[in-house]
Design a protein around this ligand. Structure first.
Ligand SMILES: Nc1ncnc2c1ncn2[C@@H]1O[C@H](COP(=O)(O)OP(=O)(O)OP(=O)(O)O)[C@@H](O)[C@H]1O
Ligand SMILES: [Mg+2]
Length: 232
C-alpha cells in the first residue's frame, strides 16, 4: 500500500474539554488510486486529511506514506515531506488576493524540486487566458481551478482535496472532478477527496464512511466511472 493509516487517534483539548476527533481510524490506498471520504460534519474527515498532509500531529497510530511513518518525522522532515510529496486543495481556495493567477501558481512552483511546466498546467485547468487576472475577477469554479493548478504544479505524489466541490454548481463541480481524474490518470497521482456528496464515490477506487472519528464502512469499487458520468 502506498498510503496506510493504522489506528490513527487524535483528540483536541481546550480548557477542560476533550474532543475526540479520530478513534483508531484506518485507511489504505494503493499508488495511483482515488479514495473518497464521506461522513457527517464533525466526524474527523479534515482531521485525518490534515494529519496525512503533515499539517497536524497525531496522538497515536501510524501514517505510512511510501514506506515512511510520517507520525515519527521531525518538524523539519515534515516540512520537507509537505513540500515534496503533497498537494493540498482547501475548500476556501486560499488564493492570495493581490497576486495574479500566474503568480499564485508561481510561488509554489518556485519552491518545488521538479515542477511541471506552468503553461501546461494552466492549459490543463483551462485558465491560460486568465493567467494575468486576480482571484476577485474569477468565478468560484475558476478560483477552485487555480487552487487545483497550485496543488498540482509541483507534481505531488499525493493530492489531498478537502471539500473539492462543496462550493460549486453541478457543471463546475463535474469540470473540477474531471480535471482531478485527468491528473490522476496522467501522473498516477494518489488522490484523497473529502466530500458530503456520496455520488462522487462512483469515481473512486475506495470509499470510506466516517462516523464519530471512526471508519464505519469501507467499500472497494472495482469499476470506478468517468467523472463526467457522475450524477446527482
Ligand atoms: N483545532 C481544533 N481544536 C479543537 N477541536 C477541533 C479542532 N479541529 C477539529 N476539532 C474537533 O474535532 C472533531 C472533528 O473535526 P473535523 O474538522 O475533522 O470534522 P469534519 O468531519 O471535517 O467535519 P466537516 O464536514 O464539518 O468539515 C469536531 O468535533 C471538531 O470540533
Ligand atoms: Mg472538514
Amino acid at each position: 500500500m502506498f498510503i496506510e493509516i493504522n489506528n490513527l487517534c487524535k483528540s483536541y483539548k481546550s480548557e477542560d474539554i476533550e474532543t475526540i476527533a479520530l478513534k483508531n481510524a484506518n485507511i489504505s490506498l494503493n499508488k495511483g488510486e482515488i479514495g473518497v471520504i464521506l461522513g457527517p460534519s464533525g466526524s474527523g474527515k479534515s482531521t485525518l486529511m490534515n494529519i496525512l498532509g503533515g499539517l497536524d500531529s497525531a496522538d497515536s497510530g501510524e501514517v505510512i506514506v511510501d514506506g515512511i511513518d510520517i507520525v515519527k518525522l521531525s518538524d523539519d522532515e515534515l516540512v520537507e515531506y509537505r513540500r515534496e510529496k503533497t498537494g493540498f486543495i482547501f475548500q476556501s481556495y486560499n488564493l492570495i488576493p493581490h497576486l495574479t493567477v500566474l503568480e499564485n501558481i508561481e510561488i509554489i512552483q518556485n519552491i518545488s524540486k521538479l515542477p511541471l511546466d506552468i503553461n501546461e498546467v494552466l492549459e490543463s485547468v483551462g485558465l491560460i487566458d486568465k493567467k494575468n487576472r486576480f482571484p476577485r475577477e474569477l468565478s468560484g469554479g475558476q478560483q477552485q481551478r487555480v487552487a487545483v493548478a497550485r496543488a498540482i504544479i509541483k507534481n505531488p505524489a499525493i493530492l489531498l482535496c478537502d471539500e473539492l466541490t462543496g462550493a460549486l454548481d453541478y457543471e463546475s463541480a463535474i469540470d473540477v472532478l474531471s480535471l482531478v481524474q485527468e491528473i490522476n490518470r496522467k501522473f498516477n497521482t494518489t488522490i484523497l477527496i473529502i466530500t458530503h456528496n456520496a455520488a462522487i464515490g462512483e469515481m473512486a477506487n475506495r470509499i470510506y464512511k466516517f462516523r464519530s472519528g471512526e471508519v464505519k464502512d469501507y467499500i472497494i469499487n472495482n469499476d470506478p466511472i468517468d467523472a463526467k458520468g457522475v450524477e446527482w
